[in-house]
Write a protein that binds this ligand. Sequence first.
Ligand SMILES: Nc1ncnc2c1ncn2[C@@H]1O[C@H](COP(=O)(O)OP(=O)(O)O)[C@@H](O)[C@H]1O
Ligand SMILES: [Mg+2]
Length: 234
Amino acid sequence: MKLEVHKLDAFYGRAQILFGVTLKVAAGEALALLGRNGAGKSTMLRAILGLVAARRGRVVLDGRDISGMATGRIVRRGLGWVPEDRRIFTDLSVEENLEIGRQPPRAGVPHWTVERLFSLFPNLAEVRRRPAGQISGGEQQMLTISRTLMGNPCVIMLDEPSEGLAPLIVERMAVAVTEMKREGLGVLLAEQNLTFSRAVSDRATIIEKGRIRFEGTLECLLADEAVARAYLAV
Ligand SMILES: Nc1ncnc2c1ncn2[C@@H]1O[C@H](COP(=O)(O)OP(=O)(O)O)[C@@H](O)[C@H]1O
Ligand SMILES: [Mg+2]
């Protein structure tokens, strides 16, 4: 397993947000972490990264216990994160934004170069010299993902990457995520978009109010309308 999270609890102040959430992501696999707005998906990713100070539980990345480690170290050990808000440098060009994410190659994980990322996201190649503030929202999302990949992660966590994107761009995104999996990356995908999730994910975990309500394959989930209706916005 590339990423194992065991019984994670997380708190903001005195409010408990996550209750014993356990999940695993293998190399070359995408796990969809599904749930409605406010279910705790983003908190889960932030807690895994050590960005939520108050948490309990165990997080193991590529066989190493990273619970309690500082966020910077966790990222340098190969955990990539693409937050909900696209954090690009609007005055810098697309290529310059990519350079900011560059990390040395890592043994046993895919090694990304700017040219390889441009073949993963052909749209970006066309705007490579443009200031990132002047490209479309879909291109900015692709840029954020690409910049994270420049760090050569072994696991990438994507927080609602399809949100607000046109259907054609969402399809492009699904092709790219599938390609990342083929390269051997583990993908943890926090999503509300079931169509996008089913296009790229192998298994799903549904959380509601910070508790797991469903775990299984996407086929099982899609066959069970009651589950989707109860815990997802469908
Ligand atoms: N910084 C914060 N401080 C206090 N409460 C927060 C904070 N961020 C999120 N929450 C609360 O935590 C819960 C889970 O939020 P979040 O993880 O963002 O859900 P999701 O990503 O599934 O929409 C929500 O009730 C939200 O209001
Ligand atoms: Mg969220």
